[in-house]
Design a protein around this ligand. Structure first.
Ligand code: ADP
Ligand code: ZN
Length: 724
């Protein structure tokens, strides 16, 4: 074959033909470097019949430069990349990029060079070199990472290599990992768990695509149960991928995994160092047969990696919003996990105590196989749920906790038990204003209030990350000491607990305080060791934790999630409250949950209070059916943005003006997007509501591809958007 078709890593061009130089052998999936204009880009050899090509005349064909020392991407993964790009209307190369690391990392093959201190006594020491010597004790990494760690330039470190203070070491990225011992600590499953595990194990052995919905109440042992399927896959020499919605849950998972299998799994998420990422990537590609990865636990991006032999996928807390990626390729990892399992001919387990309505529907219609765990493990009872009607029971002025909730917390403190207060709002107060002139502190780059964080003494935008110090005086009227905090955030609730229960030991758990594995481990150790009486936290505390002494959960404001009014508000509220309620009474002592609300009559709150999950799903199903929302109809959003307001509006109108008029599709908008200014970009949105039968992606492509916009305009398509 002298000519090949490449998927080149360039979003605009996508697919191009190249010439194969004499002596080079390529196969579909081979990863290569090819020239593109004056640059060199990554490319993957593709089957020409699957991708429409550009007819490059023979004379204009350029030579492929280099084949990279990695195995070709398998057909299963190539099909997944095609499917994802097609379904989410994303460029093929953007999807393929998620499968491969950086070009430099791929070029290096199985080894990499890292640097460490030699221990040689320096004769002459500049301040920077002294700082580096100090900071880099026991460190070993690339020059770039070391420079970051020591806050000096790479030049300084290169100088130190020259002076013999730092030395290069060749690191073998393919060094085998210790093997998991599937018999390390085998739990004794109860009957219900056994049945579930057997169904999973059978599917693992059958090498057959089988999507499971593991619908099990909190504390029923979903993890223990799917671990048996993991063991079966490992015994058969296959790899397992476990997707978790948040890095914060990883610590807990790692610990349980080690208890069960005696070794740690391989992690994949955004906070890995470059060197860790390279080693993990190699391990995944090598697979168990070559001493590589057996089990990978990761965030959604782990889904596209080139596993050598994937035999099982688990999506834990499968209902979670964070499986939906909202920039770049806008995909839902829960759904793509099912597609990947289909291509790999493997089972996939979606585990949740509060499955998304879409998943429930697919189980009901027999597409997914539903496995239920109806009882908590070890005879623990689900907690009692009580409503605190804030219209009747008013907290004291400037306070947020109703007297009955406070009374229950006191009782827990006296008994030496733990309480948890949940409020899904970071910071001290969601809105800060000037008492003198009414000025509200707003983000300069977004349509959003700045949130006061007393912890850091700063005002922060939760959308773009902009931060500024809390000012002494109002920037509008100049009045001093005039700032008023409006409404509660978790920090304020923690303050209130300190006032009403001064003797209680309180822990504040938000992404601001729990920002490292060490911090999480310390919190868990303290909570388990009964060194914490009251936990105050955001959604970070709603999942995964198992504290046997925790017997009271207070939901500070159950109405919070319902305010936005989007179609998923009720489901999200249901999930969050049910999950956090699930933290109570997991040991021998019974648990109680108090839900503070001003709308006890809202169907979702009433269903929670009655513990009637079926009622909730039934009401939600009807609401969705009426709205033509998923799973009954489909939505897509087109987001048009620009730094220039007029440009963005004109582009959105142009799109609206060319909307196809089809019987099975409705176009709404354009209208300002919910965050009409985000990171300095003005945003407009069109919503498309289509019948299930409509060929939505095809319609979108035919509609949008011919349109041309000024350079500053971005048009993003969001298929199956999370909120709308
Ligand atoms: P879920 O994920 O459904 O909330 P977990 O898997 O976290 O439930 O289980 C809840 C608790 O019960 C955990 O501490 C777990 O170790 C324990 N557990 C569940 N099943 C068993 C079992 N068969 N043997 C021993 N402990 C179990
Ligand atoms: Zn902002």
């Amino acid at each position: 074959m002298s000519r090949v078709r490449l998927l080149v890593f360039n979003a605009a061009l996508g697919v191009l033909d190249y010439r194969v130089p004499e002596g080079m052998t390529l196969a579909p999936g081979s990863v290569v470097i090819a020239p593109l204009g004056p640059r060199q880009v990554l490319g993957v050899v593709w089957e020409p019949e699957r991708l429409p090509g550009i007819d490059v005349p023979e004379a204009k064909l350029r030579n492929i430069l280099e084949v990279l020392p990695v195995p070709p991407l398998k057909a299963e993964l190539r099909r997944l990349i095609e499917w994802t790009a097609d379904y989410y209307c994303a460029p093929l190369s953007s999807v393929a990029r998620m499968a491969l690391g950086s070009m430099a990392a791929l070029r290096g093959g199985g080894t990499t060079t890292e640097y460490r201190l030699t221990g040689v006594e320096p004769t002459r020491l500049t301040p920077q070199r002294a700082a580096a010597l100090d900071a880099l004790q026991h460190e070993q990494a690339s020059i770039r990472e070391l420079a970051e760690r020591a806050s000096v330039s790479e030049g300084v470190l290169r100088g130190m290599v020259g002076a013999g203070l730092l030395e290069a070491v060749t690191v073998d990225l393919d060094k085998p990992y210790p093997r998991a011992d599937t018999a390390h600590h085998v739990p004794r499953l109860n009957e219900e768990q056994r049945r579930a595990a057997d169904a999973f194990i059978e599917a693992v052995h059958a090498d057959r695509f089988t999507p499971f919905l593991l619908d099990g109440v909190t504390g029923s042992g979903k993890t223990e149960t799917y671990f048996e399927a993991v063991a079966a896959a490992l015994d058969a020499g296959k790899q397992v991928l476990v997707l978790l919605p948040e890095i914060a849950l990883t610590e807990n998972f790692l610990r349980r995994f080690e208890e069960r299998f005696g070794v740690a799994p391989i992690q994949w998420h955004s906070s890995l160092k470059a060197s860790e990422r390279r080693r993990a990537w190699r391990a995944i590609v090598n697979g168990p047969a070559k001493g590589g990865a057996q089990v990978v636990v990761g965030a959604r991006s782990a889904l596209f990696l080139p596993y050598a032999r994937l035999g099982l996928i688990v999506v834990d807390e499968a209902h979670e919003v964070s499986f939906k990626q909202d920039d770049g390729v806008r995909y839902n990892a829960r759904d793509v996990a099912v597609i990947r399992a289909r291509f790999e001919k493997a089972p996939v387990i979606l585990a949740s105590a509060t499955p998304a309505l879409e998943s429930m529907q697919l189980a009901e219609t027999g597409v997914y196989r539903k496995i239920e765990l109806a009882a908590r493990f070890g005879g623990a009872q689900l907690p009692d749920i009580r409503i605190v009607d804030l219209r009747k029971e008013v907290p004291e002025r400037g306070r947020w906790l109703a007297p009955s909730l406070v009374a229950e917390m006191k009782t827990r403190l006296e008994r030496g038990e733990q309480s948890l207060l949940f409020l899904n709002r970071r910071g001290y107060a969601p809105l800060t204003l000037c008492r003198n002139c009414g000025h509200r502190f707003q983000c300069a780059h977004c349509t959003a209030w700045l949130v006061e964080h007393r912890f850091t003494q700063r005002l922060a935008c939760h959308h773009c990350g902009h931060e500024e110090p809390v000012p002494d005086a109002c920037p509008e009227c100049g009045a001093k000491d005039c700032l008023v905090a409006c409404g509660p955030g978790v920090e304020r609730i923690a303050d209130e607990v300190a006032e009403i229960l001064p003797e209680a030991r309180t822990a504040l758990i938000t992404s601001d305080t729990m920002n490292s594995p060490e911090a999480i481990a310390e919190f868990v150790a303290k909570a388990e060791g009964k060194a914490i009486d009251v936990i105050v936290g955001t959604q970070l505390v709603t999942k995964g934790y198992h504290f046997p002494e925790l017997t009271l959960v207070g939901v500070v404001d159950a109405d919070l999630g319902l305010e936005g009014g989007d179609l998923r508000a009720a489901e999200r509220t249901y999930q969050q409250v049910a999950q956090v309620a699930g933290r109570a009474g997991r040991g021998e002592k019974p648990g109680e949950v108090l839900i503070q609300t001003r709308h006890p009559e809202a169907p979702v709150i009433a269903a929670l209070a009655a513990g009637d999950r079926d009622a909730f799903y039934a009401a939600e199903t009807e609401a969705r059916r009426d709205a033509g929302a998923p799973p009954f109809g489909r939505w897509a959003a087109i987001i048009v943005s620009s730094e220039d307001l007029t440009e963005a509006r004109d582009a959105a109108r142009a799109i609206g003006g060319t909307a196809p008029d089809l019987p099975d599709m409705l176009v709404l908008g354009p209208a300002p997007a919910p965050l009409s200014l985000l990171r300095g970009r003005h945003r407009f949105r069109l919503l498309i509501n289509a019948r299930r039968s409509a060929e939505l992606q095809k319609i979108l492509r035919q509609w949008l591809e011919p349109l041309q916009f000024p350079r500053g305009v971005r048009v993003n398509i969001d298929v199956d958007p999370y909120s709308f």
